[in-house]
Write a protein that binds this ligand. Structure first.
Ligand SMILES: [Zn+2]
Length: 306
């Protein structure tokens, strides 16, 4: 069944890119709503649905907007928390243009969601069954998605810096714990890139309290890493947050190699814009998937050809 929050819950923090202080309230929403963002600092009740059609910027974070100047940025870690906690419907009210960065991971958002509590709603959850292989990118950076019966991913990164190097992370929605394995992986950057980002008006709120920063000789954060593969895990967290803009859970295996937000969005667009690449799947009250016979045949053919 679809799920939402039991009660509203509130936090405050600063935006990673804007450095603006912002208050945020996560609240329940009716079945079928999805995740909708509202800006309470503006004289409008208009909401922005967290949907790939509404993505307006992919530079270093994911920003959605309604095309009339109303936008909300850095939504990806909060969206990953909703997806990881299995929350389908929520209203997110913000007093500014950016979701607070908190500690640079999704841990605080998972904590808020757990404190608010989650309730099942009287409506079945739909999932998006991927039906064929789709790839985007080139030989250096790419992302691909293929049919599967649940959600899993394999995420690889390669950085020309000894403190990061090449690392990968695998996640399977049936076997892995989002909370334990992914939610606390923090965002990261190279100290050498900070000046350039700031000149572009980005990362103005970035600090060692909300990002892992790698200097020439290694980590600048005294406390060290939370996981040996924290960098790859954070990329997997971003990927889950970005893919949740499909508007429903994906039944698919995703692979990503040195991809970022822009490529994650490109993959989602390539998938969802191709009407033959996916279909809706209902899950009934017993958790059994209802899929029509034609789709089952197409999936079997896809499985046989790989
Ligand atoms: Zn991130």
């Amino acid at each position: 069944m679809q799920r939402t929050l039991k009660a509203p819950i509130h936090c405050t923090g600063a935006g990673l890119h804007s450095n603006a202080k912002v208050s945020m309230t996560l609240g329940p929403a009716a079945p079928g709503t999805g995740v909708v963002f509202r800006r309470t600092d503006l004289a409008t009740d208009a909401g922005i649905e967290a949907h790939h059609d509404n993505i307006v910027d992919s530079r270093l974070c994911t920003t959605i907007g309604n095309g009339n100047g109303l936008s909300v940025g850095t939504i990806e870690h909060l969206m990953a928390a909703f997806a990881g906690c299995g929350v389908d419907n929520a209203i997110v009210e913000l007093t500014g243009a950016e979701v607070p960065i908190m500690d640079g991971s999704a841990r605080a958002f998972v904590f808020l969601i757990e404190c608010a509590g989650i309730v099942e709603q009287n409506a079945p959850r739909r999932a998006i069954q991927v039906l064929k292989d789709i790839s985007v990118g080139n030989e250096n950076r790419w992302a691909s998605i293929s049919p599967a019966q649940n959600f899993s991913l394999h995420c690889e990164i390669v950085f020309d810096h000894h403190a990061i190097g090449a690392q990968s992370f695998d996640y399977d929605s049936r076997l892995s714990s989002f909370e334990d394995e992914l939610s606390s992986a923090r965002t990261f950057c190279l100290a050498a890139d900070v000046e350039e980002m700031r000149a572009a008006g980005l990362a103005l709120g970035g600090s060692l309290d909300n990002a892992v920063v790698i200097g020439e000789h290694g980590l600048l954060n005294d406390e060290g890493l939370r996981f040996e593969t924290e960098f790859a895990r954070h990329k997997a967290l971003d990927l889950i947050g970005d893919l949740s803009l499909a508007g429903a859970p994906l039944l698919a295996h995703v692979e990503s190699h040195c991809a970022g937000h822009a490529m994650n969005h490109q993959l989602l667009d390539a998938l969802l814009d191709d009407g033959t690449a996916w279909c809706w799947t209902d899950t009934d009250a017993d958790g059994a998937e209802r899929m029509d016979a034609a789709v089952q045949v197409r999936l079997a053919v896809a499985a046989a050809s790989t």
